[in-house]
Design a protein around this ligand. Structure first.
Ligand SMILES: NC(=O)C[C@H](N)C(=O)O
Length: 324
């Protein structure tokens, strides 16, 4: 018997078309993804619902949280073997990771999209959606957390990132590689994702900016943060986790105000560590109370801080959570 799969559409290029009049890519046809439905019927008993039609740069953590609630409601009203979410690729890794942190479900949840719009030659939306439905229908996909399926590969939401502006192979997991492959006739897993985390949340409205360290950073660039009411801050530091000395006094002021600061690296491989003991070096940052993250990129560490702040604001407890 065919597995029951729920497909929730949220927008993105998979739902867009090239407008011949001006060559712009836009959401011209709100049925663009629904037109793929007949091709899915061979693989599963699919129910498709259009939840949103947003380009993914318009997605916010509050919308991700609404999507989480939407999925929970849908799964409480009817029984499905898996859920597929279509989404724009620009912030796809963020929504996928947010759902991974906040949903506690054993059914497969797969996020996918397209790099080429629906009426472009070689559009990748239909095949990505077929692969996602096949993945969601596969019993081996259960209990693996949220998965991102793109270009015949299955990635864990916690590791995947968009690596190319236009290539259909844009989604990669730089440190770990894909956890599975979509073969012609079956779905093959190569290894299991690491331990999963779960945060039971009600809202996602913490104000957490993300800033990137650059050579010769001016302290004035960060001064405005002291005047804002922020709940936390994430910094993409250099290399192993080092910052320019010029911004350290401002960071100390933020910490003194009780604002947690999470450090990640600008490098997309490896993780920050408290090694260097010069001014602004990681050794000193850790002693100041800055929380070191565990290899997440900046945009994902920000979402983790947004949800973790509902559990604790204590720097030491946050450090424990970010070591996981
Ligand atoms: N390929 C895409 O989906 C990119 C688009 N700008 C979006 O994220 O909505």
């Amino acid at each position: 018997m065919l597995k029951k799969i729920l497909v929730l559409n949220t927008g993105g290029t998979i739902a867009m078309s090239v407008d011949a009049s001006d060559d712009g890519v836009k959401p011209l046809d709100d049925q663009a993804v629904n037109k793929i439905l007949p091709f899915l019927e061979r693989y599963a008993d699919v129910t498709m619902k259009n939840v949103l039609n947003l380009p993914s740069p318009h997605i916010t953590p509050a919308i991700m949280n609404q999507l989480r609630q939407h999925i929970e409601v849908e799964l409480s009203l009817a029984s499905y073997d898996g859920v597929v979410i279509t989404h724009g690729t620009d912030t796809l890794e963020e929504t996928a990771y947010f759902l991974d942190l906040t949903l506690s479900l054993s059914v497969p949840i797969v996020v996918t999209g397209a790099m080429r719009s629906s009426n472009e030659l070689g559009a990748d939306g239909p095949v990505n959606l077929i692969s996602s439905v096949r993945t969601a229908a596969d019993p081996d996909s259960r209990n693996k957390g949220v998965l991102v399926v793109f270009n015949d590969e299955i990635h864990a939401a916690c590791h995947v990132t968009k690596t190319h502006t236009s290539n259909v192979a844009t989604f990669q997991s730089p440190q770990y590689g894909p956890i599975g492959t979509i073969a012609k006739k079956n779905v093959q897993y190569h290894h299991a994702p690491l331990d999963r985390e779960h945060y039971a949340i009600t809202h996602a409205d913490a104000n957490v900016p993300l800033i990137k360290a650059v050579a010769g950073m001016e302290p004035a660039w960060l001064q405005f943060l002291l005047e804002q009411s922020i709940d936390g801050l994430v910094i993409e530091a250099f290399g192993l986790g080092n910052l320019p000395p010029s911004i350290i006094p401002t960071l100390k002021q933020l910490l003194d105000k009780g604002i947690p600061i999470v450090l990640v690296s600008r490098c997309y491989n490896g993780q920050v560590q408290d090694v260097y003991d010069y001014e602004g070096g990681g050794h000193q940052l850790k002693k100041m109370g800055i929380v070191f993250s565990n290899g997440l990129n900046g945009q994902k560490a920000r979402l983790k801080l947004i949800v973790a702040l509902q559990q604790t604001r204590d720097f030491a407890q946050l450090q424990d959570l970010f070591e996981k």
